[in-house]
Design a protein around this ligand. Structure first.
Ligand SMILES: Nc1ncnc2c1ncn2[C@@H]1O[C@H](COP(=O)(O)OP(=O)(O)OP(=O)(O)O)[C@@H](O)[C@H]1O
Length: 327
């Protein structure tokens, strides 16, 4: 039997509560996320959904209020300050939205990468120079090693920032709105550069962003809503019956360890689902009906099956199933 993979990022029921002026804000409300080694995943959500809070915790700059979070085997809630420093220097690399946070403006691109190696005490001499050339080449900014950030375009600056983030060969690359200050075409090319780095170096990559178009550049997009992951879109390529390659995107609801899921907002609105719903366990899917005693019927959060089941059947099945209220 194959060995189970240990995820590179694992968050279980992650909660972060901020208190400002006596008012509590639950930025993360029991978030679950798993990213396996070598995956490239985008976490996409509206402003205020908790993206930056999640990334700040994963980067070791903040600690969660409850739940668990681990990155490449480091338990982020139990980590002490010395481990935290090493973790930030060697285990994870970061790319932030603002280039000013990624690069020092008075150092050249090559010197910015060298500085990251200096701080972590990694490569020296010829090995260092070779690695800097390799990284700049990989990010397609090989000819700009001697330029300072103000002499580079926004897209080139972010490519150099990615090279800096990779300087100490981290296992995980974390990016917070890495294309937030770029135009559409430049964003697409920077995301493609991140994808080729992910493929060539195998570095696990997590991007958080409000920009839904990022999902076109990754295989898996996780939607975050109100501090929780809600749905996922998986992209794959398959060959159709004419031998033509086609790209397929499928949307899934995220089911947590205890069986909770969030229905997509449109489903809830369309069927006017409120307070409680009726459930029916079918051989290959689960049906969900409005619970208000109406006659309208529909299905949500299901795989397989089709057609509109009888409301009576749903009620019967719901009676047969557990009567526990969803938590
Ligand atoms: N330090 C803080 N103190 C109080 N509330 C905070 C703090 N940081 C974040 N919040 C609140 O937590 C919630 C989530 O914020 P967060 O910055 O994680 O969202 P986001 O999805 O990254 O949004 P944006 O895309 O606008 O940056 C928001 O309601 C925000 O106001």
């Amino acid at each position: 039997m194959a060995e189970p993979t240990h995820p590179h990022i694992l968050c279980n029921d992650l909660v972060r509560i901020f208190t400002a002026d006596g008012v509590e804000v639950q930025a993360l409300q029991g978030l679950n996320l798993r990213v396996d080694p070598g995956e490239m995943v985008a976490v996409v959500g509206a402003s205020g959904s908790g993206k930056s809070t999640l990334l700040t915790i994963l980067s070791g700059l903040d600690t969660a209020t409850a739940g668990s979070a681990s990155v490449a085997g480091h338990d982020l809630l139990a980590m002490r300050s010395r481990e935290r420093v090493e973790y930030r220097r060697r285990t994870v690399g970061f790319v932030w939205q603002q280039t000013s946070r990624n690069l020092l403006p008075y150092l050249t691109a090559a010197e910015n990468i060298a500085l990251a190696m200096n701080v972590a005490g990694t490569l020296r001499g010829a090995a260092r120079a070779a690695r800097i050339d390799e990284l700049l080449g990989l990010l397609q900014v090989g000819e700009f090693g001697d330029r300072r950030p103000p002499e580079l375009s926004g897209g080139q600056q972010q490519r150099v920032a990615i090279a800096v983030a990779l300087a100490n060969s981290p296992l995980v690359l974390l990016a917070d709105e890495p294309t937030g200050e770029l135009d559409e075409a430049t964003s697409a090319s920077v995301l493609e550069a991140m994808r080729s780095v992910n493929e060539e170096l195998g570095v696990t990559t997590l991007i958080v962003t409000h920009d839904p178009t990022v999902s076109e550049h990754v295989r898996r997009t996780v939607q975050i809503r109100d501090g929780r992951t809600s749905t996922e879109v998986l992209r794959s390529t398959r060959i159709d019956e004419h031998g033509t390659e086609e790209h397929v995107a499928e949307e899934f609801a995220v089911l947590d360890r205890v069986g909770r899921l969030q229905l997509p907002h449109e489903f809830v609105q369309r069927l006017d689902l409120r307070d409680r719903v009726r459930l029916a366990l079918e051989p290959d899917h689960v049906g969900i009906w409005p619970g208000g005693g109406g006659t309208s019927a529909g299905e949500a959060g299901t795989t397989g099956g089709g057609g509109e089941p009888e409301a009576d059947t749903a009620a019967d099945a719901a009676d047969r199933s557990t009567h526990e209220e969803p938590r």
